[in-house]
Design a protein around this ligand. Sequence first.
Ligand SMILES: [Zn+2]
Length: 155
Amino acid sequence: MSESQNHAESKPAKTFSQTLRQGAIKETEELVKFELDVEALAGREALLINAYLVEDAEAAKHYWQELKQELLLQAEFRAENWLASVASPTVIDWLRLDFCIHRDASQLLAGEVAVEQKLCCAHCGGRFSVHESTTLTACHGCGSEVFAARSLPVQ
Ligand SMILES: [Zn+2]
């Protein structure tokens, strides 16, 4: 028993360095394997991140295109509104000019002089008479500037 104990005591001293050496080798191998795994994982991760970035870049591109379209539509809408607001007085002026060209003596416009006439607003139908020379103003009832005129009967 004591011999075997001696044998057992001497053997661990031998195996200790071996175990230590084997442990160090195994540890190193595991470390290398771990390193390789990390590298492989990092490689896969890089590929995955790259795929995400490509996907995100594509989504961002899509988003920017939609935003650009929306902004262009807004700008177009504002430009249309601005042009309409600018164009409206011109259109009114053209209609007024057209009216002046094609009207006859039975129609008068605000700013013209009426004498001894019975006037009727072309818009609201408001009637009034003018005896003395009067420069017409816009209708007091509706603001229209067009009047149908008829001479007052001579008294
Ligand atoms: Zn009127």
